[in-house]
Design a protein around this ligand. Structure first.
Ligand code: MG
Length: 379
């Protein structure tokens, strides 16, 4: 069956005390929305807010081959907009899964189960049982409610596309739940057991809990590199060409700062060093742009289920002065690894005139980095 996911990303982050849409909150180098999208193997449509950072949303959408559309002033209008985009872009869509972008803990198994049950029954709504005692406040006092009759309702909620499209077309009230829209037209939904861990990130506590969850499986790595100066070479560090009378000698562009970062990343993942991946006797890498090699290392790590969280680099050079170039180096390394520049630290120091570095014979660099296991392996 042809399935499309509609990922609703409403919310301003007010309840989470963030000041921006919580689905764009980054932890371990990746946003909550990306974690959510990574669970779906079907095409996704992201419905976002007018005030959201469009560049960020578009970058995420591109990475996950998702389409995007603006939401409306209510959740009902936002879902309507998403369904309209699906109707136009995926005319063969049979089942739609409507999901909250702020529920990243769900498993691919639940997604498959909901899609299958929705195809068979017209709708499939995940629920969990209520384990807390519940009271209802009334004008005359509190009433104790029998919790055995209560259910917590989750997403993704699955529906035959034509049915939910019609239900939303007829909906005039504002609803916060898709099953309620469906029930107005067709009666009871088909209920399916959900997952206890499939909670929605809403409060500051939820954000803290999520950050801990993401950071539970981390790996540290370190790397070191040294290249000798040679006349007639360009001096390249962190992907920046630095004006100087000589450059570093090497088979590639001899970018020691980028090389030690690559080695730190590979080492953290328990992989072999850059010499193994990019041999210095292979002509393919003669004069290679090390930033391009760093991109390849990021891809190798992703395939292994790792993502760079942050890195800290020290460049040891007696000369030239590197401070004016540090911001551009950070930007280059961040861009190649899919991070924001604040996650790359670079400091430059001299060797106080002693040793080979102090005599200006070459430049050394060391890096420490932290990798995070990506979400696919976490549940
Ligand atoms: Mg090197």
């Amino acid at each position: 069956m042809k399935t499309v996911a509609l990922v609703a990303c409403g919310g301003s982050g007010k309840r989470a005390h963030l000041g921006y849409n919580k689905v764009l909150h980054i932890s371990g180098g990746i946003s909550i929305l990306e974690h959510t999208l990574s669970k779906f193997s079907c095409p996704c449509v992201i419905v976002f807010n007018e005030q959201d950072d469009k560049d960020t949303i578009n970058k995420i959408a591109k990475k996950y081959n998702a389409l995007t559309t603006l939401g409306g002033s209510t959740r009902t209008q936002s879902v309507k907009n998403g369904l309209e985009l699906i109707k136009n872009s995926y005319p063969d869509c049979e089942v739609v899964l409507i999901h909250d972008g702020a529920r990243p803990y769900l498993s691919p198994d639940l997604i498959q189960k909901i899609a299958k049950e929705a195809y068979l029954h017209g709708s499939a709504i995940p629920y969990t049982i209520c384990s807390d005692s519940v009271k209802q406040k009334t004008e005359s006092g509190y009433i104790n409610i029998d919790r055995a009759s209560l259910m917590y309702i989750q997403t993704p909620q699955g529906f035959l596309f034509d049915k939910i499209y019609k239900a939303y077309s007829n909906a005039t009230d504002s609803f916060t739940d898709d099953s309620a829209v469906y029930e107005q037209l067709y009666g009871d939904c088909h209920m399916v057991e959900g997952e206890v861990q499939n909670t929605k990130i809403t409060t500051p506590y939820d954000i803290k809990y999520w950050e801990r969850f993401v950071m539970t499986d981390t790996r540290v790595g370190n790397g070191y590199d040294y290249h000798r100066f040679d006349a007639g070479r360009k001096l390249i560090l962190g992907g920046v060409e630095i004006p100087f009378e000589k450059g570093l000698l090497g088979h590639s562009d001899a970018d020691a700062a980028t090389h030690c970062l690559m080695d730190a990343m590979l080492s953290a993942a328990g992989l072999k060093d850059i010499g193994t991946y990019f041999p210095d006797n292979d002509n393919k890498y003669k004069g290679a742009n090390s930033i391009e090699l760093l991109k390849q290392v990021s891809e190798i790590l992703l395939e292994q289920g790792y993502r760079l969280s942050n890195a800290s680099i020290v460049i040891v050079a007696q000369y030239p002065k590197l401070a004016p170039f540090v911001d551009q180096m950070k930007a280059n390394l961040a861009s190649a690894t899919g991070l924001t520049p604040d996650r790359i630290g670079i400091s430059a120091t001299t060797n106080e005139g002693s040793g080979a570095i102090g005599r200006g014979e070459g430049i050394a660099a060391t890096a420490v980095c932290l990798l995070v296991k990506t979400s696919k392996d976490m549940l």
